[in-house]
Write a protein that binds this ligand. Structure first.
Ligand SMILES: *[C@@H]1O[C@H](CO)[C@@H](O)[C@H](O)[C@H]1NC(C)=O
Ligand SMILES: *[C@@H]1O[C@H](CO)[C@@H](O)[C@H](O)[C@H]1NC(C)=O
Ligand SMILES: *[C@@H]1O[C@H](CO)[C@@H](O)[C@H](O)[C@H]1NC(C)=O
Ligand SMILES: *[C@@H]1O[C@H](CO)[C@@H](O)[C@H](O)[C@H]1NC(C)=O
Ligand SMILES: *[C@@H]1O[C@H](CO)[C@@H](O)[C@H](O)[C@H]1NC(C)=O
Ligand SMILES: *[C@@H]1O[C@H](CO)[C@@H](O)[C@H](O)[C@H]1NC(C)=O
Ligand SMILES: *[C@@H]1O[C@H](CO)[C@@H](O)[C@H](O)[C@H]1NC(C)=O
Ligand SMILES: *[C@@H]1O[C@H](CO)[C@@H](O)[C@H](O)[C@H]1NC(C)=O
Ligand SMILES: *[C@@H]1O[C@H](CO)[C@@H](O)[C@H](O)[C@H]1NC(C)=O
Ligand SMILES: *[C@@H]1O[C@H](CO)[C@@H](O)[C@H](O)[C@H]1NC(C)=O
Ligand SMILES: *[C@@H]1O[C@H](CO)[C@@H](O)[C@H](O)[C@H]1NC(C)=O
Ligand SMILES: [Ca+2]
Length: 387
């Protein structure tokens, strides 16, 4: 019993505070050494790295160029991965069983290209390919995220980024530029309102935000919660992870804005410990991100075998409304999903959509809810008592 409490308290510590930088030269501001004599990094926007050059912190192969531009997130330097271009860096996992979540900036390497090469990002046993998306951000770069995997203390993590060409005509291909990599660790979150049967229903556990980013982080479709960068949620289509510093967030520091393009987009999770046949109340906040997204939001909500559509008229100024849906659990892990059916765009033609936050599932007539702060305090007191 005592061990159980101690364990929970330690897990609480891990999930609340672990977040730091692991990479050397993550923003490429440390310039390459031994550039060839006829290249001039201060005056050229693109400098090809040859076999005599070294890039601090990184190993590179193939066509890799060092980029200097004011259009970058840090108004400094980045790297472009050209034909067969590849960079990698190894760092060591610190702490037990943490997920290593990468956020990075992707910049399109040119205009009017017939094809754009993708960017492949890999961890020890994970891989995903990213592509710059037209009409998803006001600035000429976007933040993306990838879960490098769950690793134990001391394990090496080799982060590999490489270009992925789709077309054989490499002359008219635009090659990806990457900058400002950030690694955040996310631990096993057991912080919960004892009455709420959902984990991370407030979306506080997700990818890190880049310092100079005003546009949130785009999360691409990820069918498995294990590979997701949004703790306990899978993603359909594309969603934007938004921060309270730059958007209207109903509760806490982060929320999800669903961006539906040609196909519906959304998020999905499952409840813990619901009992088949029992009735539950799903409550959530539906709002807008204060990003000038004007329109009619239509969000389909599914809980167990119940489904219902909810609407919100958004004037794009940062609203939020609470809704509820009563359902009967069909199994112990009842599916909960939010899908946006409406396509909304700002006047600048940027995709935008409904914000979801504060998702909770409570048993109807069940146990009284205990506030998480009380729970934390209780565990802290017990922990101290045990010692
Ligand atoms: C590099 O460019 C800077 C500024 O344009 C210039 O002052 C410098 O002489 C150049 N160096 C070489 C080696 O060309
Ligand atoms: C690398 O350095 C060696 C020795 O200085 C030189 O002979 C060679 O041409 C350089 N290679 C390139 C690609 O600049
Ligand atoms: C790179 O530069 C350093 C110091 O200037 C020198 O010691 C080293 O030999 C150079 N390496 C190559 C491959 O030219
Ligand atoms: C943010 O941008 C400013 C200039 O726009 C730059 O000087 C600064 O280094 C950037 N910070 C980071 C962490 O990228
Ligand atoms: C890059 O990966 C190779 C193995 O593929 C490894 O030998 C090398 O040390 C890595 N580079 C860095 C900087 O970690
Ligand atoms: C791309 O195309 C537009 C319109 O066709 C043109 O104005 C612009 O100069 C082109 N940009 C480049 C880099 O070729
Ligand atoms: C992106 O927006 C521009 C206008 O800003 C529009 O011409 C273009 O068709 C849009 N592209 C997509 C893929 O929606
Ligand atoms: C690519 O460009 C080079 C030089 O500009 C040219 O020699 C080559 O034929 C072009 N390749 C294709 C497939 O267009
Ligand atoms: C579900 O929760 C909402 C919000 O707390 C509340 O207004 C509603 O009465 C609840 N429904 C039931 C059946 O308990
Ligand atoms: C919700 O709306 C979508 C799109 O109009 C529709 O396909 C779906 O059947 C509706 N669901 C319910 C439960 O009304
Ligand atoms: C936008 O909506 C909010 C809440 O629905 C309302 O208070 C506000 O007056 C509206 N603003 C405009 C400009 O319509
Ligand atoms: Ca939140």
């Amino acid at each position: 019993m005592a061990i159980w409490f101690q364990r929970i308290f330690l897990l609480l510590l891990v999930s609340c505070c672990a977040s730091s930088d692991f990479l050397e030269n993550p923003d490429f501001e440390a310039p390459p050494l031994n550039l060839s004599k006829n290249s001039n990094a201060s005056s050229n926007a693109f400098v090809l790295l040859d076999q005599n050059s070294t890039l601090p912190g990184w190993t590179f192969q193939g066509t890799v160029q060092y980029v200097t531009s004011l259009e970058l997130p840090d108004a400094g330097h980045a790297v472009q991965l050209g034909e067969d271009g590849k960079i990698n860096q190894t760092f060591i996992a610190k702490g037990d069983d943490l997920n290593y979540i990468l956020t990075f900036a992707l910049i399109p390497g040119g205009q009017n290209c017939s094809t754009s090469a993708g960017l492949s990002v890999s961890g020890p046993d994970s891989n995903a390919v990213f592509a710059y998306r037209q009409n998803y951000s006001k600035v000429p770069w976007q933040s993306y995220t990838h879960n490098l995997g769950r690793l134990g203390n001391g394990e090496p993590i080799n982060l590999v980024l490489e270009s992925e060409a789709i077309d054989s005509d490499t002359n008219s291909t635009c090659w990806p530029i990457v900058d400002t990599l950030l690694i955040k660790t996310v631990g096993v979150t057991v912080v919960q309102d004892s009455g709420n049967l959902l984990t991370n229903g407030g979306f506080e556990s997700g990818p890190g935000f880049l310092t100079n980013s005003t546009e949130g982080v785009l999360i691409d479709a990820v069918p498995s919660v294990i590979q997701s960068t949004l703790w306990q949620w899978s993603v359909i289509g594309t969603v934007r992870y938004i921060d309270s510093e730059h958007f209207h967030v109903p509760e806490g520091k982060a929320a999800i804005e669903i961006l539906a393009g040609t196909a519906p987009s959304g998020i999905q999770t499952a409840t813990r410990d619901t009992s088949e046949g029992s009735r539950y109340n799903l409550t959530f906040t539906l709002g807008d991100a204060k990003d000038a997204c004007i329109g009619h939001f239509l969000v389909g909500v599914q809980a167990g075998s119940a489904s219902q559509n909810f609407t919100l008229e958004s004037n794009g100024t940062g609203s939020g409304e609470k809704f509820g849906l009563v359902f009967e659990a069909d199994k112990a892990a009842a599916q909960i999903s939010f899908t946006s059916y409406s396509v909304t765009r700002t006047q600048e033609d940027l995709l935008c959509g409904p914000v979801i936050d504060e998702v909770m599932v409570h048993s109807i007539g069940g146990t009284a809810s205990v506030k998480p702060t009380w729970l934390l305090l209780l565990f802290a007191l017990l922990y101290v008592a045990i010692l």
